[in-house]
Ligand binder design. Structure first.
Ligand SMILES: [Zn+2]
Ligand SMILES: [Zn+2]
Length: 284
């Protein structure tokens, strides 16, 4: 019901990019083609559930859209977090549905990363924010995920470990319409976890992969927890995915460079796109 009411059209599974930048928002003129907001994706299932992946600053615009579309009716939202670095949670204190009574928001993250409630609450404690996380109007619940998948309508979501400072967990999202793998933030070069991401991504329709650096920049940023387009293309080829999305763009990469990196990647994996804020992929 929800998706028909919201879109006025036949339901399909759709993936929308609300924030594609890594590290820090970059609202400057030569970045606006791809967008300046940090990580946030929305997946609407064919049976009308709304799953959100990461709560970077992109989630603020998503929140406004959801509030407009819901017209005062209660929303049930599922928010999956890869980890708790600022660029993945910073939009949450300004996410309008959190402050609307009658809404229910369920948060999910890998159990390996500790207490979701405690970590999200930390960024809203005094003196960082005027409203405490446990005082918001929406009903909240927390699900620390183990190796089992969780169901959100006809979506099945499972977490997998990624190599990143302080840990992170990516997600594979499957439904009868297709499979999406969200693999940001991660660094290559760890034999076991390099194997895990290839196994998890195997045959996916869409692989969203960390391409923060150029391969040249990566040489001086080893240990920072991010990857580059050459590795993204290697994973896409090894896992035989249908489509690769370069994601978590570096704040210093402007529109011209992101288009150039996309084109360089296409020489190795043809169906590559640099993630762009507002981009929608549909899975009929
Ligand atoms: Zn990040
Ligand atoms: Zn991170």
């Amino acid at each position: 019901m929800q998706i028909e009411a919201l879109r006025g059209q036949k339901p399909v599974q759709a993936l929308t990019f609300w924030g594609v930048r890594g590290s820090l928002p970059t609202p400057k003129r030569d970045n606006l083609g791809y967008g300046g907001n940090t990580s946030c994706l929305e997946i609407r299932s064919a049976d009308n559930e709304i799953a959100i992946f990461d709560a970077g600053t992109g989630i603020r615009n998503l929140g406004e859209a959801l509030m407009r579309q819901s017209q005062g009716k209660g929303l049930k939202l599922h928010i999956f977090l890869t980890h708790y670095h600022w660029d993945h949670i910073q939009g949450l204190p300004l996410f309008a549905p959190l402050f609307q009574a009658g809404n229910e928001i369920i948060f999910y993250a890998s159990e390996r990363l500790g207490s979701i409630q405690q970590h999200l609450g930390g960024q809203m404690n005094a003196p960082y924010f005027p409203v405490k996380f446990d005082e918001v109007a929406a009903r909240t619940r927390f699900v620390e995920m183990d190796a089992q998948s969780v169901a959100v309508g006809d979506l099945r979501v499972r977490s997998f470990p990624m190599y990143h400072p302080q840990g992170a967990g990516g997600f594979r999202i499957e439904s009868p319409s297709g499979a999406i793998v969200y693999a940001s933030d991660l660094e290559p070069g760890q034999g076991e976890l390099d194997r895990v991401v290839r196994e998890v991504a195997d045959g996916a329709d869409t692989l969203i992969y960390d391409a923060q650096y150029t391969p040249e920049e990566y040489r001086t940023h080893r240990g920072w927890g991010h990857s580059h387009w050459r590795e993204a293309a290697a994973v896409a080829n090894d896992a035989r995915v249908k489509e690769l999305i370069l994601f978590h763009h570096d704040p210093s990469h402007n529109d011209d460079l992101l288009t150039e990196l996309q084109n360089q990647t296409r020489a190795l994996f043809e169906r590559t796109t640099s993630a762009r804020e507002g981009m929608v992929i549909e899975y009929p």
